[in-house]
Design a binder for this molecule. Structure first.
Ligand code: BGC
Length: 280
């Protein structure tokens, strides 16, 4: 029987963002980082290959801790069965690429790729502001873009992409993201008017039980969340800029429910029909 050299509960999560690629091992029983976070700037030409090389450097730094276990990696784009069908904020070379396979091949280990907001959403539901909440939770991340995660009774509906809702002829994230605030030098007051329009539109379509607001700017939540008038309670994220890392690691465990131990290390997917034949 193959044996993982790391604790099965400590999984490396890596978050690929527009400006930095960050990673740390995560204790999945608590959601806490178990090593100091490494951050390397995102390559200027942010192709999948260039980003995978940076991810490989981060993996290398933690190799003693994580052994041959799979690694979770977020991308700021939808991920449909490993393939990135569109890319708003990194190099367009990602489009149409089976990036999960490319990363797994380039790193020589299983990589699970997940949308950044979906990862953050799962992290908030498991360990943060939406812990234990039943019903529909929408986690939004306000950063370069607007990311969204839709979670019902703890179950994620992936790739919702509500940051690209078209509102009054605009792609919503181009008006209401934190980047739009910075670009147009909007005060919190002015920006909150745009957030009001955005969250009202999402509320009208989904009637969620809770909004959770993440992204770096959520550290200043008291400057804009109290200005919003919504029927849905809206609260700041708790994991702040660690949510992507923690969620990426959590997604590995979700993908490999049986395989925390030997299967994942050997590259068997939980959904792999071969698992049915695996003798106990
Ligand atoms: C992307 C999403 C991503 C969000 C936050 C959007 O532009 O389309 O997939 O979650 O930015 O990074």
């Amino acid at each position: 029987m193959a044996c993982m050299t790391s604790s099965p509960h400590h999984i490396l999560g890596i978050d690929i963002g527009g400006s930095g690629i960050k990673g740390a091992p995560v204790d999945l029983s608590t959601g806490a980082l178990t090593g100091s976070r490494i951050r390397i700037p995102t390559p200027k030409k942010s192709t999948p290959k260039a980003c995978a090389s940076v991810v490989a450097q981060i993996v290398e730094q933690f190799s003693a801790q994580i052994g041959d276990s799979p690694v979770g990696v977020t991308v700021p784009a939808p991920v449909v069965h490993g393939v990135v069908p569109m890319m708003a904020n990194l190099d367009p070379a990602w489009v149409g690429v089976d990036a999960e396979k490319l990363f797994s091949d380039q790193l020589g280990r299983q990589v699970v790729l997940v949308n950044d907001a979906d990862a953050a959403g799962l992290a908030e539901v498991r360990y943060g502001a939406a812990q234990g909440r039943r019903g529909v939770v929408i986690v939004t991340t306000l950063g370069t873009g607007i990311g969204t995660a839709l979670i019902n009774d703890g179950v994620l509906v992936p790739n919702t992409e509500l940051g690209h809702l078209e509102i009054a002829g605009f792609d919503a994230e181009t008006r209401a993201s934190a980047a739009a605030k910075a670009r147009e030098k909007l005060s919190y007051q002015r920006w909150s008017k745009r957030l009001q329009i955005y969250y009202s539109a999402v509320e009208k379509l989904f009637w969620p039980d809770l909004f959770v607001v993440g992204g770096g700017v959520s550290a200043s939540h008291e400057r804009f969340l109290p200005l919003l008038k919504l029927q849905t309670p809206i609260v700041p994220a708790m994991l702040l800029n660690q949510a992507g890392i923690v969620g990426a690691a959590a997604v590995v465990a979700a993908r490999y429910p049986l395989a925390e131990a030997e299967g994942a290390a050997r590259g068997v997917r939980a959904s792999d029909p071969a698992l049915w034949d695996t003798p106990k």
